[in-house]
Every structure is written in structure tokens, then in C-alpha cells.
Design a protein around this ligand. Sequence first.
Ligand SMILES: CC(C)(COP(=O)(O)OP(=O)(O)OC[C@H]1O[C@@H](n2cnc3c(N)ncnc32)[C@H](O)[C@@H]1OP(=O)(O)O)[C@@H](O)C(=O)NCCC(=O)NCCS
Length: 182
Amino acid sequence: MTRIEPLAGTGDAAIAGLLDTAFGPDRHGRTAYRIRAGMAWLTDLSFAALDADGALIGALQSWPVALHEPDGAQTPLIMVGPVAVLPEHQQRGIGRALMDRLVETVDLMPREPLVMIGDPEYYGRFWGFDAQATGGWDAPGPVERHRLLTRAPAGTVLPEKGMLGPRGVPFAMVPREESPTR
Ligand SMILES: CC(C)(COP(=O)(O)OP(=O)(O)OC[C@H]1O[C@@H](n2cnc3c(N)ncnc32)[C@H](O)[C@@H]1OP(=O)(O)O)[C@@H](O)C(=O)NCCC(=O)NCCS
């Protein structure tokens, strides 16, 4: 029996071990890590999947980020991910249960729009994420356009252009890379 619980209280080493297994140890170079560089994960929007013995078999983290415009304006967003399930437990609904918990939580008490880099076939199918808003957005590293997804409360108008980066830092400090979004 798998339980979904708040991730807070799970040790950093256990989380890192799970992510290394799901993504590989070179995961830190991914664009998603640059977008949220220096941020602490949101304890109320991050969840653990625990097996019957209380061992960590899946995790979802969320982070405060923003879409930065050159004039200094920032649109606050919540970056979702990584979402990770240990390989031997995949395809059993655990990723779905983690995401369900997140989406139920933000739908109950509306928050900033969600953004993530992920498979639209998965995140669109169950939770309505899509890439419609992000065509003109930049990221501090390579991103496949169709995988840069958002989910926002109905009626939300998101800026057409901007650079994704950590929330609260000045535009000039947002991490960049020479060959951005592709
Ligand atoms: C992606 C991941 C989180 C999905 O979790 P999971 O527990 O294996 O998936 P679920 O059992 O919840 O899947 C539910 C359904 O979605 C489908 N699905 C799962 N991952 C999918 C994907 N990447 N693309 C499309 N469909 C997917 C499943 O086949 C299943 O379909 P079904 O109900 O028709 O049988 C997990 O496979 C994982 O950790 N992968 C490695 C890390 C990763 O790539 N994370 C995502 C980027 S942040």
C-alpha cells in the first residue's frame, strides 16, 4: 500500500538518492535546475510516496520561480518537478497519485500558475497542462518547446515573453546560457 505524505521530514540524502536513480547523477545540469537555482522547495506543495514500510519510492517537489521581463517585472510561477518514481515502482499509478495530490491542493486554494518541463502526453492527459502559453518564453538552457508546460486557473493571462528564472532575483542575475530554448 502506497501512501502520499508531505515530503517535509524526508532526509535530503533519501531524496537525492531517489532522484539519482530516476534521472541519473548528471541531473544537476538540467535546465529545470537552472530555472530554480538557489530556491528552496515549497514544503506545502512537495510530496513523498512511501511504501508500506515507510521507504521513499517516489517524490514530487515544487519551487518558487518567475517569468522575468527586461523591465524588471516578474510574474510569479510555481515550478513543478522533479516528479520521480523508482523504476521498479513505475507504471503503478504512483506518479499520478503524487500529481493528483499537488493539483488537488492548488485547486482547493488557488496559487500561482504552475510551470513544468515534462511530457505533454502525461501531464496534459491527466491534469490539463499544455504548452500554449510558453511559445515566446526563454529558459536558461535547452528546452523542447512542446515540453514547456503550464497550468493556470481559468482566465489567467500569462505574459507572452520572458525569461524563466528563480523568483525574486534581479533580471541581470537570472542564469543564462548561450544557446537558449530550442
Ligand atoms: C514519469 C513518472 C513520474 C511517471 O510515474 P509512474 O508512477 O511511472 O506513472 P503512472 O503509473 O502514474 O502512469 C499513469 C499512466 O500514465 C502513463 N505514463 C506514465 N509516464 C508517462 C509518460 N512519460 N508519458 C506518457 N504517458 C505516461 C502510464 O503509461 C499510465 O497509463 P495508463 O493509465 O493508460 O496505463 C515516472 O515514470 C518517472 O519517475 N520517470 C523517470 C523520471 C521522469 O522522467 N520524470 C518526469 C519529468 S519531471
